[in-house]
Design a protein around this ligand. Structure first.
Ligand code: ASP
Length: 345
């Protein structure tokens, strides 16, 4: 571990820093300074840990893209002063935020690690301490040349370090709440932290400066297919003039109903310039629109292949790409490209 490491611990809210309100017994965020009091172990690290508290602190169900913009701006402003950044965040939307930051931060050479907990840090069986301490250790880890071991936007939770834009919250109760179903963990925490270098993205230039993209276009909706879905519902989502893109959560390898009204609606939306992205409802595996006739119809209609993207990542990527350009054809092309390790391609 490098003696000179310095980290910025950014607290946005979430269970990790919540306390029970004695009046209505609900969990509410409390003053961040108490977090460090709750984790005296952090003082044992030989490096500097500064803190930054968002105001107001929020339950992550209230996260809006404006918070991602604030986080990106903060990281850019503080980039040269720290070796790594840890973002304490509620678990509910952590995968969305980590995905968004992975696209918004360009030229990253330092770790940006999201973490949180299932139990507040003040309660005896909390998972918050372990998550926080592992995150601190990972955010400060460097190789023999002084480069960060994990210069990526990640989620550190339970015993795993995952690429942020590959992660999903899969469990509302157990401590191992997150999975990265389509990409191996970047590190595993046991007696030691075992880094899996072959899976970690490294910058081409360690001395590049960071740039941020904070223009996001949120005119995106998500349509989850299901047996019995009505023509009205599909038309409402796909043909709404207020949206530029729709993530369509399909069955299995990217399949959808073959009913003519359905295919006609998809074709009409694509002809009208809408970006429709095919993402599977399955937890793991990839979309392949060449296997079944029902998938092939979507491809022919002009649906974009989301490959093995999570829905969270596809949403963040669309916000980012639509924010960059008014040209939906370019957005379609970029959706099928691997930009930040978010799809296996
Ligand atoms: N509702 C909380 C949040 O996402 C849950 C958590 O932190 O685990 O902010």
């Amino acid at each position: 571990m490098n003696q000179k490491s310095s980290l910025l611990l950014i607290y946005t809210g979430g269970t990790i820093g919540m306390k029970q309100d004695p009046t209505d017994l609900t969990l509410k965020p409390f003053d961040f300074s108490q977090i460090l009091e709750e984790v005296p172990e952090l003082r044992k690290f030989a490096f500097k840990i500064d803190t930054w508290t968002f105001d107001p602190l929020i339950d992550s169900s209230d996260v809006e893209p404006s918070m991602w913009q604030a986080l990106a701006n903060l990281i850019k402003a503080k980039y040269d002063s720290y070796d790594g950044f840890i973002i304490l965040h509620g678990t509910d939307t952590m995968s969305y935020s980590a995905s968004a930051l992975s696209f918004m931060l360009d030229g990253l050479t330092k770790p940006v690690i999201f973490t949180g907990s299932q139990l507040p840090i003040g309660v005896p069986r909390t998972d918050g301490k372990e998550n926080l301490i592992s995150s601190v250790e990972i955010a400060s880890a460097k190789d023999s040349e002084g480069h960060a071991l994990v210069p990526e936007v990640c989620i550190c939770f339970g015993s795993k370090l995952m690429r942020g834009n590959r992660s999903i919250k899969v469990n509302a109760e157990v401590f191992d709440a997150f999975e990265s179903p389509n990409y191996p963990p970047l590190a595993e925490a046991g007696i030691n932290i075992r880094y899996r270098n072959e899976f970690i993205r490294k910058p081409l230039d360690w001395y590049q400066s960071i740039s941020i993209n904070t223009t996001l276009d949120t005119r995106v909706s998500i349509l989850k297919l299901h047996p019995g879905i009505t023509r009205e519902a599909v038309q409402y989502f796909l043909c709404d003039p207020g949206t530029r893109a729709v993530i369509m959560e399909t069955y299995g390898a990217g399949n959808a109903p073959s009913a003519p009204w359905f295919i006609d609606t998809v074709s009409e939306a694509c002809r009208g310039g809408k970006v429709i992205v095919n993402v599977t409802q399955c937890l793991a595996g990839t979309v392949n629109m060449d296997i079944y006739a029902t998938g092939k119809c979507l491809k022919t209609a002009g649906v974009v292949n989301g490959f093995d993207s999570t829905t969270e990542s596809a949403l963040a990527k669309l916000f980012f790409l639509l924010g960059k350009s008014d040209d939906n054809i370019w957005v379609k092309e970029m959706m099928e490209r691997n930009l930040k390790g978010e799809i296996s391609k």
